[in-house]
Ligand binder design. Structure first.
Ligand SMILES: *Cc1c(COP(=O)(O)O)cnc(C)c1O
Length: 233
């Protein structure tokens, strides 16, 4: 694996997409999904200026954090996997942003934890835009009511939306999914008038991050294109 070359290549594609969309580089976070690699590789990311780390399994992430020691604090940790309620506390304690709030019972559990911690827990609401049965997330038609309930919870800070697009070889086929998430995001802004914390759209992975950026992503979650595993474009 040529980490450096892969990162350069991903960044180049990101910059082209941003420029084409008339967007500024500081408006996008490249979230490196490190589920494929161990702590020594995560360490290397720092020298490339990559500090946002995405993990989808709590136990794996905790092991890597332990192995990193003090360095752990140099990163911003994103939890991107589906979150079981009994793991909510450990995730809240060890991650900076949870991308996968997908049900009211989890919102209530996290709210209690946030109140105990004395600071609201930053979350993104996961939306199942494509409607695939295998995917987690709030149905688009239920998002308004869900947001309205979540914003009343003082132990939570809803910072935006996340979606997983269907897997595809042709990223153009998922453009409507990203466009819809953006519309939902703006609809919440128009209807509920949230504060400036409402600002993140987490969408786009290795094979479709360019399209996601064109459609307004503020966080792209990229793993295999950086670590050279699995499918890549
Ligand atoms: C694995 C994963 C990614 C990254 O996928 P790649 O195709 O490897 O870039 C992004 N988001 C979630 C939720 C994931 O589980």
């Amino acid at each position: 694996m040529d980490l450096k070359q892969n990162i350069i290549s991903v960044r180049a594609k990101i910059n082209i997409a941003l420029a084409a969309a008339g967007r500024r580089p500081e408006d996008l976070t490249l979230l490196t999904v490190t589920k494929y690699v161990d702590a020594p590789v995560i360490k290397e990311l720092l020298s490339f200026g990559l500090q946002d780390i995405g993990e989808n399994r709590l136990q794996d992430a905790l092991e890597k954090q332990r192995a990193l020691g003090e360095l752990k604090n140099k990163y911003k940790w994103h939890f991107i996997g589906s979150l079981q309620t009994n793991k909510a506390r450990q995730v809240a304690l060890n991650f900076d942003l949870i991308h996968s709030l997908d049900r009211m019972s989890l919102a209530e559990t996290l709210n209690n934890i946030g109140e105990q911690m004395g600071r609201p827990i930053p979350v993104l609401i996961q939306v199942n835009v494509s409607g695939e049965r295998t995917k987690h997330g709030i149905a688009p038609g239920e998002l308004g009511a869900f947001y309205e309930a979540v914003r009343k919870l003082p132990g939570l800070c809803a910072a935006g939306l996340m979606t997983m697009a269907p897997f595809t070889d042709d990223p153009e086929t998922v453009r409507p999914v990203f466009r819809e998430l953006r519309l939902l995001f703006e609809r919440v802004r128009a209807e509920y008038n949230p504060g400036p914390e409402w600002r993140e759209l987490s969408m786009g992975m290795s094979n479709d991050f360019v399209v996601a950026i064109e459609e307004g992503a503020t966080i792209v979650r990229v793993g295999s294109a950086i670590f050279g595993v699995g499918t890549e474009g």
